[in-house]
Design a binder for this molecule. Structure first.
Ligand SMILES: C[S@@+](CC[C@H](N)C(=O)[O-])C[C@H]1O[C@@H](n2cnc3c(N)ncnc32)[C@H](O)[C@@H]1O
Length: 271
């Protein structure tokens, strides 16, 4: 049953220092997320009716996608994540302040718990790395949502292979892409390797995102969907200065915070 004490819910939402997802928890109670994905489910190729299906959400954070799958009628939703920041696969030289900020936003998974209670959800969260997905442990799933995590993984293809081992239906891989590389090389799979000073490894172009999915043992279903992932109320707009406009990295950060983070969604099924 959803939480009915709205005052208590408001206080708990406010007490949470940061939210990753913008979630509608009750009439007038909205979490101030770093991202506001609320318009996306209607634009992405997710089956509108998941009745009777087992679904998996990977790297669930505050649970936006897991709750969306549940809303679409899934009979069971499992959501995995790693609360332990030391278990993340981030580059060792990621700035401690960025790791700390991300960890604080996640807390002890309190955001997910507050949302779960408020929504009266039955989503089961498990502390598990995507690399460790094993059908003998978690079973197989009819629909898998795998969002905004490939870029943070040292070995995205290995992760996709693990996802394939538990996917008996379709997987939607949604991840950040490099716009410049996509425009310059629409067909050639290329990725920008970072791994130094930023908490991510790879920014593929759209062709490389598709290639990663295919290398992991999937085939495409339909065409990729490109979109900008909108910033939420928890994110302050980057100030635009002449100095920043001279740096490619700073220009990208400005674009992301004002217009959204360029992403691509690839619907696929195991070969
Ligand atoms: C950028 S957030 C994306 C949140 C959400 N999936 C979405 O699409 O909105 C990445 C999430 O993946 C989790 N994560 C990091 N490494 C992971 C791993 N190896 N296995 C599973 N989840 C991981 C993080 O804790 C975080 O919740």
């Amino acid at each position: 049953m959803p939480v009915t004490d709205e005052t208590d819910l408001r206080q708990r939402v406010a007490a949470q220092r940061q939210w990753y997802h913008t979630l509608d928890l009750a009439p007038g109670v909205v979490t101030p997320g770093w991202f506001d994905l609320r318009e996306l489910p209607a634009r992405l190729p997710i089956p509108s009716d998941l009745s009777g299906q087992r679904c998996l959400d990977i790297g669930t954070f505050d649970g936006f996608w897991a709750y969306e799958l549940e809303r679409r009628g899934a009979s069971e939703v499992v959501a995995i994540d790693l609360l332990d920041r030391h278990a993340w696969d981030w580059p060792v030289n990621s700035p401690p302040a960025v790791v700390q900020a991300f960890a604080e936003r996640k807390g002890e998974g309190v955001g997910f718990d507050i949302a779960s209670e408020a929504l009266g959800s039955s989503v089961k969260r498990r502390e598990m790395s995507v690399y460790d997905l094993d059908p003998a442990d978690v079973g197989r799933f009819d629909f898998v949502y795998f969002g905004s995590l490939l870029l943070h993984l040292q070995n995205p293809v290995k992760a996709l292979e693990a996802v394939r081992s538990v996917c008996r239906g379709q997987m939607l891989s949604v991840d950040a892409v490099d716009v410049g590389l996509t425009l310059l090389h629409p067909r050639r799979p290329l990725a920008q390797l970072d791994g130094l000073g930023h908490p991510w490894w790879w920014k593929p172009n759209v062709a490389a995102h598709i290639r990663m999915v295919r290398s992991g043992g999937f085939e495409m279903v339909g065409s990729p969907t490109r979109f900008l992932m909108p910033a939420g109320p928890g994110q302050t707009r980057e100030r635009i200065t002449v100095a920043k406009l001279r740096s490619r990295f700073a220009r990208n950060a400005i674009f992301r915070s004002w217009k959204g983070d360029p992403h691509c969604a690839v619907l696929a099924r195991p070969v």
